[in-house]
Design a protein around this ligand. Structure first.
Ligand code: F0G
Length: 352
């Protein structure tokens, strides 16, 4: 039976005999062939669907490791700043480990599903008037003086856990893809994947992909080479103007001969609708940034015809129901009786 990452990849993780076995069967997510989009784009495209992790995002990979190490070190509480997914994962794994989670979120700027999760798992939720970058600065300060373990991705154990996604991609494909496309917010995940690809290649000779990272245009600090004081994007998950792992992300880009580019909100929303309506895969807007980037890079030649591309879908579409309803054409057919329904169906089916 698959039990979770700490067991599955024990020998590749910083686990000692004192590390508690915490698990929610995280990881082991599907690599879904995106056949319709592959045909349209002239490449072989797969989606690594991280939205199927236990709290609905890739954050579970890093959080199970970070919480296990915090407990090993005697912590009774953890703290993080978050655009929502980190807080959901922190809350769930803290509960699992029997410790307390403090989560600090930007007021009004986190998706409804993520807030609901933090509430349900029983975190202490602190909302601040500032953005994610300000929240991160605050928790970094607090963790210096208070008896809480910081579990943002500046905690190196987070990247250790998250690198396992690259292992899985190589195992599922039998080799590394030509290109790994990924959204970039605080820049931890692109750094973790690159670390994972390098380690797996060293052990198994699976080769290395080019890393193509994508920031939202209104929050594209790495692309513009400057901190964005007031980041703005529909993709609240990656609404970050001063990425903590900036340097590591640039190293991943340069070592892999890849790119970090930006995608507009319009490109993000187009990709968001496309992957749900053409492939049956519902991802959150922040996750659609990677597919938006793939589409852009096929157009401008940074991805070549016939290449094998894995696009990371970092979070589940159910996380952000507001955007789903606001940004799509809703057509609900209200009907009062069975005869109305029958007529409607006959017309519809006849036209197929
Ligand atoms: N996609 C989703 C769905 C995310 O929630 C995040 C980050 C990213 C992509 C970007 O990953 O920060 O490692 O570059 N969310 C963080 C949070 C910031 O608080 O949940 P990154």
């Amino acid at each position: 039976m698959y039990e979770g990452l700490l067991k599955q990849y024990k020998e590749y993780l910083p686990i000692t005999d004192k590390t508690p076995e915490i698990a929610l069967a995280e990881g082991n997510t599907p690599l879904i062939p995106l056949k319709n989009l592959s045909k349209e784009l002239g490449i072989t495209l797969y989606g690594k669907y991280e939205g199927l992790n236990p709290t609905g995002s890739f954050k579970d990979r890093g959080m199970v490791m970070a919480v296990a190490k915090a407990v090993e070190d005697g912590a009774k509480a953890i703290i993080c700043a978050s655009t929502g997914n980190t807080s959901a994962a922190a809350a769930a794994y803290a509960t699992r480990a029997g410790i307390k989670a403090y989560v600090v979120i930007p007021d009004g700027k986190i998706a409804l599903g993520k807030l609901a999760q933090a509430i349900a798992y029983g975190a202490d939720i602190i909302s601040i008037p500032g953005n994610f970058d300000e929240a991160l600065k605050a928790v970094r300060d607090i963790a210096k003086t208070e008896a809480v373990a910081l579990v943002n991705s500046v905690n190196p154990y987070r990247l250790e856990g998250q690198k396992t996604a690259a292992f899985e991609v190589c195992e599922q494909l039998g080799k590394a893809p030509d290109v790994l496309a990924i959204p970039v917010g605080n820049a931890g995940n692109i750094s973790a994947y690159w670390k994972g690809f390098k380690e797996w290649h060293e052990k198994k000779g699976t080769d290395l992909p080019r890393m193509h990272g994508f920031e939202a245009e209104g929050a594209a600090a790495i692309v513009k080479g400057q901190v964005i004081e007031a980041p703005e994007t529909v993709a609240t998950a990656i609404r970050i103007g001063n990425p903590a792992s900036w340097k590591l992300a640039e190293a991943a880009r340069d070592e892999s001969k890849g790119y970090i580019d930006s995608v507009t909100d319009a490109e993000i929303l187009n990709a968001y609708r496309k992957v749900a309506s053409q492939e049956g895969v519902f991802v959150e807007p922040g996750s659609a940034a990677s597919l938006a980037g793939v589409i852009q890079h096929v157009k401008n030649g940074r991805i070549k015809p016939g290449e094998t591309v894995v696009t990371v879908f970092t979070g589940n579409g159910l996380k952000d129901p507001d955007t789903a309803i606001k940004e799509t054409d809703i057509k609900i057919n209200k009907m009062s009786d069975v005869e109305d329904m029958r007529r409607h169906l006959r017309e519809g089916v006849a036209a197929l």
